[in-house]
Design a protein around this ligand. Structure first.
Ligand code: GLU
Length: 549
């Protein structure tokens, strides 16, 4: 068969030569150990934790040694494309301080552009044409119906589905048949003529998993669709070659396609990049571990972390803990270090499923937030509130002095030990609400309403804004004594039945009256931050609420 002629017939016209592209996109001039890594999402609008997991690894690997991280958009499948998806990827990753050096919508070095696969059609066609001319690719005229009938037949016979071996009908078409089909104007795709044999195993060195054995590919995969756009498999091989990627870190769900990718690189005569397949994030679900699911687990979506207001560093610390087995120890020794100083190593990445535990992240979050100053915390909260907060929450920032005082108290700044009450921005803003608005409801207390009302009323009668903490507390004690509550905790513990309760119960009523909540930091300080007028008005409100009830 005259493959040259066939190539000309299938992709007529002048295309730039492969050498032209080799020259146009030369190997990068980088320091010795520098790696070129990439993120290559499809613009589906859904960016998830697995993407972040791989992104952090790629970013660290690139930036540890003066390499490059770029963003390529794999938009060959138009059906899955969503408007604004590229911006969403960039925004989601920027939140975690992942910045690209080059790529779609990034600016910077554009020597390896375009970054959208749809804009690279011309490059792909050169190489499809080359493969046809070499007899390594052929047109396939099978219709959708024929392909699904084939799939059914294979499924019924319990055979591997796909277009391969004896099932690859169009692989053996004669020259006449091909030209007849073309003359009739039949639509076609171009398939790779695979030379693989599934009886052969390939030993492959994965940068993360180490030596693995995969079965040789024998599928005649589609490389160019009937609309002239390549498939992801083919496009990614061309792109990783011409964008001069040295290391591909991606999710292990791509391991199944690896044999195809290896054959494509070989057929194209390109040197393969190194691949590292990252383990999947698992979730403990009762007795079993399963992959995080889009439907069941909101924490899979990266939007979740921005909306909840997770502190980016906390998420990053947790991800690094999962990514590199020696990170935790390093971090214990360097709790305040710039995370970029951690000597990240691909070899230290987990080889099999990693458990992602939201409770663990929450603990890390509390810890990270407890390291901030009140000013840093306020800035973090403001950023969140501007995007996700309510009107009322945004107003907190107009009363800055009060906000900073509230944060100082709630974070235990200046105290013996930092408090770890804040988990996320949304939760912290909710937590702070009683500093800015009188309670609309009251937590339960162990005491009956009448007693609660009496305590609030008595306190209101003696309350003075001028009292220091000691004077304030002695007033609370007097009320306790007057109404039969123990003021000596030791005595109270010895014979609780002799008392109505203890002074702590009295203070709790005042706490609930002031804030609505049974648990808060120091009440004297809270009342000071609120000011005299507001404190009085809240106590009065509580009295009348409990009176009415
Ligand atoms: N476009 C693929 C994705 O959406 C990327 C696969 C790869 O990294 O090679 O995940």
């Amino acid at each position: 068969m005259d493959y040259q002629k066939l190539a000309e017939r299938l992709l007529p016209g002048e295309y730039p030569s492969p050498e032209f592209y080799e020259e146009k996109y030369p190997p990068r001039n980088l320091p010795e150990k520098a790696e070129v890594t990439r993120l290559a999402p499809s613009p589906t609008g859904f960016i998830h934790l697995g993407n972040l997991f791989a992104a952090i690894a790629n970013e660290r690997v690139a930036h540890r040694n003066g390499g490059v991280l770029y963003l390529r958009i794999e938009d060959t499948d138009l059906k899955r494309k969503v408007d604004g998806a590229v911006e969403a990827v960039i925004r989601a990753l920027k939140y975690f301080d992942i910045t690209f050096d080059e790529g779609a919508e990034i600016g910077g070095n554009d020597a390896y552009a375009p970054w959208y696969q749809r804009q690279r059609a011309e490059i792909y066609r050169t190489f499809v044409k080359k493969l046809i001319a070499e007899g390594r690719a052929y047109p396939c005229f099978c219709t959708e119906e024929e392909l699904s009938a084939l799939r059914e037949e294979q499924t019924a016979k319990k055979e591997i589905t796909g277009y391969y071996g004896k099932y690859a009908k169009c692989r053996n078409l004669s020259e006449e048949e091909i030209y007849k089909n073309l003359d009739e104007g039949k639509p076609f795709v171009i398939r790779l003529k695979s030379l693989g044999d599934p009886k052969n195993k390939i030993t492959f060195r994965d940068a993360i998993k180490g030596e693995i054995t995969v079965t040789e590919n024998d599928q005649d995969v589609v490389i160019l669709k009937s609309d002239g756009i390549p498939t992801y498999h083919f496009a990614h091989a061309i792109d990783d070659h011409f964008m001069r990627t040295t290391l591909v870190i991606r999710g292990e769900e791509w391991l199944a396609s690896l044999p195809i990718h290896l054959e494509l690189f070989d057929a194209l005569g390109f040197r393969r990049p190194r691949y590292g397949h990252n383990c999947s994030l698992m979730k403990q679900d009762g007795e079993t571990r399963r992959k995080l699911s889009k439907r069941k687990d909101p924490e899979l979506s990266l939007e979740f972390y921005r909306k909840e207001g997770y502190y980016p560093r906390a998420v990053k610390v947790y991800m690094l803990t999962l990514l590199n087995s020696n990170f935790e120890e390093w971090y214990q020794k360097n709790p305040d270090a710039d995370l970029a100083e951690f000597p990240f190593k691909v070899e230290k990445m987990g080889k099999s499923g990693t458990l992602f535990d939201l409770d663990k992240l929450n603990d890390i979050s509390k810890n990270e937030l407890s390291k901030l100053t009140e000013r840093q915390m306020a800035d973090f909260l403001r950023g969140w509130a501007e995007e996700f907060g309510t009107e009322a929450q945004r107003a907190y920032f107009k009363e800055e002095e009060k906000l900073l005082a509230a944060l100082t108290l709630c974070m235990g700044i200046g105290g013996k030990k930092r408090r770890k009450d804040f988990k996320t921005a949304s939760q912290a803003m909710e937590f702070l609400s009683y500093f800015f608005a009188a309670p609309e409801s009251y937590d339960e207390s162990g005491l009956d309403l009448k007693t609660r009302k009496t305590i609030a009323e008595e306190f209101l009668a003696v309350y003075s804004y001028e009292d220091d903490a000691a004077a304030w507390f002695s007033k609370v004690r007097s009320i306790a004594e007057k109404y039969g509550f123990a003021t000596d905790m030791k005595e109270y513990k010895l014979s609780p039945e002799s008392y109505k309760g203890s002074v702590a119960d009295v203070a709790e009523v005042l706490r609930i009256a002031t804030t609505g909540k049974a648990n808060t930091p120091d009440l004297w300080t809270i009342q000071h931050i609120l000011g005299e007028k507001e404190t009085r008005s809240r106590l009065k409100n509580a009295v009348s609420a409990w009176e009415k009830a």
